[in-house]
Design a protein around this ligand. Structure first.
Ligand code: TXA
Ligand code: MG
Length: 353
């Protein structure tokens, strides 16, 4: 299959081009498109044969459910039942935006889309291209991140093309995404909302809206949880992306100490003949005299770090480094979500100083 790449300006959308993408979706084809978090790989969510194609193109295990993307609030009631007051308030407050909610599904949603579950993940993205595409197609669009299963989510159309070229009909290139890590997932099927995946929408932001304690699925915290605790979001249980180079995160009370330690570790490995990569920031990149240094973004601008992270990890795979040392970034709640992805990529290897 030939994959067509169509550039669309999110601030001046060419509706004719988007119409072509919509027709592919209506004919049960696959179209990758930008959202405010990462690029999604879209198909008609209410047709099992269409969502089956997503699993094929990604090489995704069939028990890992897809997120259904919508563009209007009334679409939720077509897909889900037993929607609580809390759930309504949360959706009103954060949609359109980088939040996915888990609700009990109605029969209209095929189990082929929900990985066999009786619940459905729903999200209303804020990216104008995503919303227009859903609107024009008149469909609910199932869209996981548009990467090959096991690779970092794509934050540019070039990342999508690297994984999906020849496997899907079209990639809508709307430029680099803003947030760069996947949406927060919150399970709203019980009395207490539970965060299944951390993201840009944080626990305090959610509890501010419903004035209730919000829990976090213990299985995603990673450190002190027994291996037999299964995460409630099936996708979180699969072996996470790990870069080809052996990645460690260096953590310390001052940036100076972290930089010094990374320089020591780097010099040591280089003296043994290894290739070393360093994940730094704009503020610190000049402080590393050795190794292949890549900046994820500006330390003072957390969103630049989240949007740069996956791209840097992909780049290092191409550079064939043996070891990667990364600064750590998380100081507030959103920083913790970024660190969640980085630590998973590092298999929780931390150099604590
Ligand atoms: O930001 C995002 O959410 C991106 C963009 C494209 O919208 N999408 C995304 O989809 O990250 P994906 O498929 O890569 O991740 C979806 C996660 C998986 O971990 C999956 O197991 C979980 O959501 N999930 C989906 N439906 C679920 C359900 N009914 N119950 C629990 N977890 C669910
Ligand atoms: Mg994904």
């Amino acid at each position: 299959m030939r994959t067509e790449i169509v550039k669309i300006d999110e601030y001046n959308i060419d509706r004719k081009e988007l119409q072509r993408a919509a027709i592919i979706l209506q004919n049960n084809g696959l179209v990758a498109f930008p959202t405010e978090t990462v690029y999604g790989l879209g198909a008609n969510a209410l047709d099992e044969s269409a969502s089956a194609k997503i699993y094929g193109a990604k090489g995704r295990p069939s028990d890992n459910p897809l997120i259904v993307h919508i563009s209007r609030m009334d679409m939720v009631d077509e897909l889900a039942r037993d929607i609580s007051q809390d759930a309504r308030q949360i959706m009103e407050a954060f949609w359109p935006g980088p939040l996915t909610v888990i609700l009990n599904k109605k029969d209209i949603v095929p189990k082929g889309t929900t990985g066999g579950l009786d619940t459905v993940a729903i999200r209303m993205p804020s990216h104008t291209i995503a919303r227009e595409l859903i609107d024009i197609s008149g469909l609910c669009i199932a869209a996981p991140s548009a990467n090959t299963s096991g690779r970092p989510s794509p934050t540019t159309a070039a990342h999508v093309a690297a994984d999906m070229n020849g496997r899907i009909e079209m990639i809508v290139d709307g430029g680099a995404v803003g947030i760069g890590i996947e949406s927060t997932i919150v399970d709203l099927t019980g009395d207490i909302p539970v965060i299944l995946r951390p993201g840009y929408i944080t626990k305090p932001m959610l509890s501010d809206v419903i004035h209730k304690n919000i829990e976090t699925d213990p299985a995603i915290l990673g450190f002190d949880v027994a291996n037999d605790v299964a995460p409630k979001a099936p996708g979180m249980k699969y072996k996470h992306y790990a870069p080809k180079g052996d990645l460690s995160v260096v953590r310390g009370s001052t940036q100076k100490a972290v930089t010094q330690r990374i320089n020591l570790l780097t010099a040591d490995k280089i003296s043994q003949g290894f290739r070393v990569g360093i994940i730094a920031t704009e503020e610190t990149k000049a402080d590393y005299p050795q190794g292949i240094v890549k900046s994820v973004g500006f330390r003072e601008l957390e969103m630049s770090i989240s949007s740069g992270l996956y791209g840097v990890l992909r780049d290092f795979d191409e550079d064939m480094v043996d070891f990667i040392y990364s600064e750590s970034f998380g100081h507030d709640e959103f920083g913790q979500a970024i660190m969640n992805r980085l630590l998973k990529a590092a298999g929780h290897q931390i150099v604590e100083i």
